[in-house]
Design a protein around this ligand. Sequence first.
Ligand code: 5RP
Length: 219
Amino acid sequence: VSDDDAKRAVGRRAAEMVRDGMRVGLGTGSTVTHTITALGERARDLTCVATSIQTETAARRVGLSLVSPDEVDALDIAIDGADEVDPELNLTKGGGGALVREKIVAAMAERFVVVVDESKLVGMLGPFGTPIEVLAFAPQTVGRAVAALGATRVTIRAERSDNGNVLLDAAFGSIANPTELAARLDAIPGLVDHGIFLGSMVDTVLIDGPSGPQVRGSG
Ligand code: 5RP
């Protein structure tokens, strides 16, 4: 099973959790693209919120109807990929630069479902790097505050986020306490949000890969 096959299998499996009439948060990335395709094939009676322009375009193309977050009170389910998943279901997200909208949408959902191929499973978050979105007003200053928390390297991406902000990637090595690091990052002025999604917001992780389909959290 290649990573691509696994992404397709798990992305399509998540679409089976969506029932007609649901309000659905659509994540960003190559895995959730398979979910979007599957939803477009069968269930058209859905109200969807997209987490990026890329997802908006993909969802429109398959005929899904989209609204903004403020047009719905809450979401029944949100489905998204991740860059890393640890044993407590803490996530690293934001490889695709959509972390701010992704976190808003995940927090709006009664059930947050994460879809990953097996290569995303890690013992501790960190090797991927931690994506961070900051205001364009002072990216170097905010980056220095991030480095002061223990990042050995903070790089600035060439592309801005869909929100027009600057994206950083911070190398913290292995993150022993994601809850503490998340709180410290949250406290930096000018830091819009970061890609650590704590396991407390994750309901279900669907995994596929060489070991076959797996489910973590509530099935
Ligand atoms: C985007 C994300 C994606 O969910 C993450 O990068 C996983 O992407 P893919 O499914 O393509 O591996 O967080 O901001």
